[in-house]
Design a protein around this ligand. Structure first.
Ligand code: ZN
Length: 384
């Protein structure tokens, strides 16, 4: 499984100046390459390199690898754009929006993210520094910081490229890590996790992880957003952007905490983790309007991916099960009936009389499907 770890950089003022100059030059170079690509209708990475590399290096003074990455970034951006156009994401052919996008080259922000590979970025985990190529030569002792958890993952699993980022006045490196996804031990049982709205996550053990704090913050931010949006000034827009990021960070922190508690419990009890197949979740988030804004589907997906990721990293078995009828089926007798749900919170089986909190019943169904699903999908391994 390929994942991303973002660590904060702690540059000295001089180092920050060098990073800034390098990032700006890389994006100026990318804009120049993009203009040429657009003019000459040449979009393949190799072809673009042939016509722009020498020019880009001499004009912008970039290190060799940075120049190559800037060119590749342009080629990748046009690939993405073409794919979006093909899928109609900018409207049908001939629509004004699409025509506007097709009429000019892609433009990169002055400090858009820039990729670095191992030739121009190396990591010293003991000293907690990186060495990075800049316009003015290599910075050898650029300090970084992260949680103990992040640092351990970087040290063990980092592979390939990292992105240099500048966000809200701070510098970051987003590093790619590759985590092996074979469990250390065969699971004998599964902890089922139901993702929901009032309770963000409920386990088959009957533990509810409430989203109260999260929803309260969202409501507060929404009020503020409404007032700021009415203003339409530049400073209001800036404030809005900052607010959105803050809200996203808060949601991510909440999701991390919940995921950690769930995975810790599975480790403690020697179980695997069963989750609903996340593809189905979006369909479930069709609610009355006030709730719909409360809960963004990305937050669901984020929690699901945090749990999956932390579990796989801990060597646990993870299985995603079919989501259909997990909320209407009885976890004791298997009877499926929409009347089993007299209200949002309650499960009451019309056949056997089994009563339980609706989310706990769903989580138990997910756990049971996990056991069955694992046996089926790993039968082939055992036979081999
Ligand atoms: Zn029943």
């Amino acid at each position: 499984m390929r994942l991303v770890v973002r660590v904060k950089l702690l540059p000295t003022p001089e180092q920050a100046v060098a990073l800034d100059a390098t990032l700006r030059a890389a994006n100026q170079a990318a804009n120049e390459v993009s203009r040429l690509a657009f003019e000459r209708k040449i979009f393949r990475s190799r072809d673009l390199r042939n016509i722009t590399y020498g020019h880009v290096r001499s004009q912008f003074g970039l290190p060799a690898q940075s120049a190559q990455h800037a060119i590749k970034k342009v080629a990748d951006a046009y690939t993405t754009l073409r794919s979006n156009l093909r899928h109609g994401n900018y409207g049908p052919p001939g629509s004004p929006r699409r025509a506007k996008i097709e009429a000019k080259p892609i433009v990169f922000r002055p400090r858009a993210a820039q990729p670095y590979d191992d030739r121009c970025l190396s990591w010293n985990h003991d000293a907690r520094t990186v060495s990075i190529g800049t316009l003015t030569g290599r910075i050898k002792d650029l300090a970084f910081t992260g949680s103990p958890d992040q640092l351990a993952r970087l040290r063990e699993h980092r592979r390939g490229e990292s992105d240099l980022l500048f966000r809200d006045g701070l510098w970051f490196l987003s590093a790619t890590i590759e985590v092996p996804d074979r469990p250390l031990a065969e699971p004998t049982a599964f902890l089922g996790v139901d993702l929901g709205i009032a309770n963000i996550a409920t386990t088959s053990d009957g533990v509810h992880h409430s989203g109260k704090g999260l929803n309260a913050v969202r409501h507060r931010h929404r009020e503020l957003r409404r007032r700021l949006q009415a203003k339409q000034t530049k400073s209001a827009k800036r404030l809005l952007k900052r607010r959105r990021r803050k809200e996203a960070r808060f949601a991510a922190n909440t999701n991390h905490t919940i995921a950690k508690q769930i995975v810790t419990e599975a480790i403690r009890t020697g179980r695997g983790i069963a989750l609903e197949d996340l593809g189905g979740i979006r369909d479930r988030v069709r609610l009355r309007k006030p709730q719909r804004v409360t809960l963004h589907s990305w937050s669901f997906h984020q929690l699901g991916s945090f749990i999956t990721y932390k579990a796989i990293r801990a060597g646990l078995a993870v299985i995603h099960v079919e989501a259909a009828y997990t909320s209407q089926g009885c976890s004791r007798c298997g009877h499926v009936d929409k009347h089993n749900r007299p209200n949002q919170e309650t499960f009451l089986c019309t056949s056997c009389g089994f009563a339980e909190h609706a989310d706990v019943n769903a989580a138990r169904n997910i756990a049971a499907r996990g056991v069955a699903g694992w046996a089926v999908s790993h039968a082939a391994d055992d036979a081999a």
